[in-house]
Design a protein. Structure first.
Length: 726
């Protein structure tokens, strides 16, 4: 059975099932005496030959499941080797609503397992998850999202692969490294000599409600040969992990959401009840990191819920970073509003503090404008924003209630019920002076939606910077659930609340923020307009964060702060503005205090960025110097469309005066290179080597310094440079 866009070939004599779209091909092994395995995968059209497949005994089960009383053999810390996973047997398959559904059964427990694969036209990627239905009551403690060893068709063993992944932390986001799997912890042992599989693994994981609080949920596995790459993102606004390891003869990659071992997640299922794992997207490319992250970029666009208002891409001014820093008043805001409008901003967001009477951190929750800050009312400020032709926005942290808020204190008479808060053992949780709302609870949900409705209705707010500065820990056991199960249900309730709010307010834009980028995941990004990429206040340190952002999100969602500081000097201001250019310029700074030449520079940056926005939703990112490392001297990020590439270059202190950038996609092309921002070269120069496809850039300007260049191929080369998938 098949549908348009997905071709499903019948089982061949070798019991192989081939599934293909116009961009990706998957091959599954199906046997009577073994679980289903994904044994081959590749980008369609990358080769005239069929996708190679793994032969037994290299095959890794597609699904790993464990439950109380049904663990692993052999035991260990790894999430593979599950007894139930090994017992699963093929029951059938079908294509429905553009998705392949592969069904398996565990004959001992009656557990029915369905692996779902969504393939979209023109995208060399798929979205996948696992659904399990209990045949008899049992307690699940782990369900994989995706497992395969099929990447071994590109190399004989894990020695042939490197992993690109990113550590993440507050003001130190997106710190990418690319290292061989052996260096990362997969010990080399004599597997033929040993009587059981290896026990070592490489696990990268994140805990609690900050989905990217320590690690980014995106990574890539790259063949050292350079001709195969696999990238993925786990699409969950809570705990997740991925794991790489070796089996008795092969290897595996495993993606999962919360587990009992790592996140105190378990779930009791009655007979007939179903649980669905968190989803993940996996992209494939016959190339390296640029090609596979380009494929993942296309996948992100394919799965994103884009509304008409999202396509407007307004240039945002926010009053926080290196400016008011959470202390807005009418007197401070009015001149900033005028200066932002004069610079070309289209949306003005009043950040934290607008609700604050005195010390406010542990009293938040009601979200009522502070009378002392706005003697004429918040409406006076909002009206002025509109008068200057901009949309008004507000910062909001809707998921928390301060411990001293009337909504948390029973004696106030206005407190929310205990059921509205995360708790453990009947004790309400407190983190960083706040309680976390449990959005499974009707009262908590009504409070959040009521606040948003009021701000939109009474103040005409068209943008919310939705922050989240409190990490939950393992979760909540309200209702008798395991803490991790309570957190997963809450995380899914948050997503449904966001869907509900945006249905009710279709012209409301919402930014995802969590102390910068501590919740930088595919679940949130598939719904929201913009992602804060950092709280970093040093423009020089921000360069690698801005350059790496499109590895984790769409470039049109990457809200990079650009906060020029008056009096810092022209080069420092240019550097800060370049940070915001190849994403979404998120403008801040005391524009009202600037000299005329400084204001002119900001207006030039905004005008240049607006030109870039014409192409940004069609662009693919590339990194001519590789994914940026935290301490790199030269940093580079490019966005390309059919005939045009825009390239940001940063020279940081300690870097040499020149750098050579490899641009293989333009090799053999005639390329016109011109300054994009600023419009003058000002001590920068470049030379294009057509045959080698390299661009040599040099500067006599003392670091830190940065520029944006525009590279355009000549019309005669259009056919050879056109990207048929973009």
């Amino acid at each position: 059975m098949s549908e348009p866009g997905i071709l499903v070939e019948g089982l061949d004599d070798g019991r192989l099932l081939r599934v293909a779209s116009d961009a990706v091909e998957l091959v599954f092994s199906i046997g009577a005496d073994a679980p289903v395995s994904l044994v081959g995968m590749g980008a369609s059209g990358s080769s005239s030959a069929p996708v190679p497949v793994l032969e037994p005994p290299l095959r890794q089960a597609l699904v790993e499941v464990s439950a109380f009383g049904h663990g692993r053999f052999p035991g260990g810390f790894r999430h593979v080797d599950t007894v139930i996973g090994a017992r699963l047997r093929y029951q059938g398959h079908a294509v429905d609503d553009g998705a392949l559904r592969l069904r398996q059964l565990d004959p001992d427990t009656g557990l029915r397992v369905t692996s779902v694969f969504e393939l979209r036209p023109g995208v060399s990627a798929f979205r996948t998850w696992t659904e399990v239905t209990a045949g008899a009551p049992l307690v699940l403690d782990f369900v994989s999202t995706f497992v395969t060893g099929a990447f071994l068709t590109a190399a004989p063993d894990v020695d042939g692969f490197v992993l690109a992944s990113a550590a993440n932390d507050w003001v130190a986001e997106s710190r990418w490294t690319t290292r061989p799997l052996r260096e990362l912890g997969l010990a080399r042992i004599d597997r033929d000599l040993q009587h059981q599989p290896p026990r070592s693994r490489l696990q990268i994981a994140n805990r609690g409600s900050w989905s990217s609080g320590e690690q980014a949920p995106t990574a890539a596995l790259l063949a050292a040969s350079g001709d195969f790459a696999l990238a993925w993102q786990v699409e969950h606004n809570g705990p997740w992990s991925f794991e790489l390891g070796e089996t008795r003869h092969g290897a595996y990659l495993l993606l999962t959401g919360p587990t009992d071992q790592d996140n105190q997640w378990s779930l009791r299922l009655a007979a007939g009840e179903t649980f669905a794992s968190v989803p993940a997207s996996v992209a494939l490319a016959a190339g390296g990191v640029d090609e596979v992250l380009g494929a993942l970029t296309r996948q992100r666009r394919a799965i994103r819920l884009v509304r008409e208002i999202d396509r407007t891409l307004p240039i945002v001014f926010n009053d926080y970073m290196n400016t008011l820093m959470g202390d807005p008043t009418t007197d401070r805001l009015l001149p900033l509003i005028d200066a932002a409008a004069d610079a070309g901003a289209e949306l003005f967001c009043i950040d934290a503090g607008w609700y604050a009477e005195g010390h406010w951190w542990d009293t938040v929750g009601e979200w009522v404008p502070a009378a002392s800050r706005f003697p004429g009312g918040l409406g006076e400020v909002v009206d002025h924003i509109r008068k200057r032709g901009m949309t008004a926005g507000l910062w909001l942290e809707p998921e928390v209630i301060g411990v001293r808020s009337p909504l948390a204190v029973a004696s106030s008479g206005r407190a929310l019920p205990d059921s509205a808060f995360f708790s453990r053992g009947g004790i309400r949780l407190v983190e960083h002076g706040r309680h976390l709302l449990d959005l499974r609870d009707p009262a908590a949900r009504a409070h959040v939606t009521g606040v948003i409705d009021r701000l939109v209705r009474d103040h005409g707010i068209g943008f919310i910077k939705m922050d989240d500065n409190t990490m939950t820990g393992p979760g909540t056991d309200v209702g008798g659930s395991a803490p991790g199960a309570g957190l997963l249900e809450h995380a899914r309730a948050l997503l449904s609340l966001l869907d509900e709010v945006q249905t009710r307010h279709p012209r409301l834009l919402i930014e995802s923020c969590a102390s910068g980028a501590m919740r930088m995941d595919g679940a949130m990004l598939s719904r929201l307009h913009l992602q804060s990429t950092s709280d970093q206040q040093d423009p020089v340190k921000y360069a690698t964060i801005a350059a790496a952002a499109p590895a984790s999100m769409l470039p049109e969602q990457a809200g990079n702060w650009a906060y020029p500081v008056t009096g810092a000097g022209r080069e420092a201001m240019v550097f800060a503005l370049v940070n915001g250019m190849l994403g979404r310029l998120y403008l801040s700074g005391y524009l009202n205090r600037m000299e005329p030449a400084e204001r002119a520079l900001v207006r030039e940056a905004v005008a240049a960025h607006r030109l870039l926005l014409d192409d940004i939703e069609r662009s693919l990112p590339f990194w001519p110097l590789g994914l940026p490392a935290w301490e790199d001297g030269w940093v580079a990020l490019g966005l390309r469309t059919e005939r045009r590439s825009t390239l940001s270059l940063w020279r940081r202190p300690g870097a040499e005066a020149s750098v050579v950038l490899d641009l293989p996609v333009l090799r053999g092309q005639d390329v016109e290179i011109e300054p994009f921002f600023p419009a003058a070269m000002d001590g920068w120069d470049w030379d294009w080597d057509r045959a080698a496809g390299t661009l040599t850039v040099s500067t006599s300007v003392e670091a830190p310094t940065a520029r944006v260049l525009r590279l355009t191929t000549t019309p005669a080369d259009t056919a050879s440079t056109k990207d048929p998938v973009t």
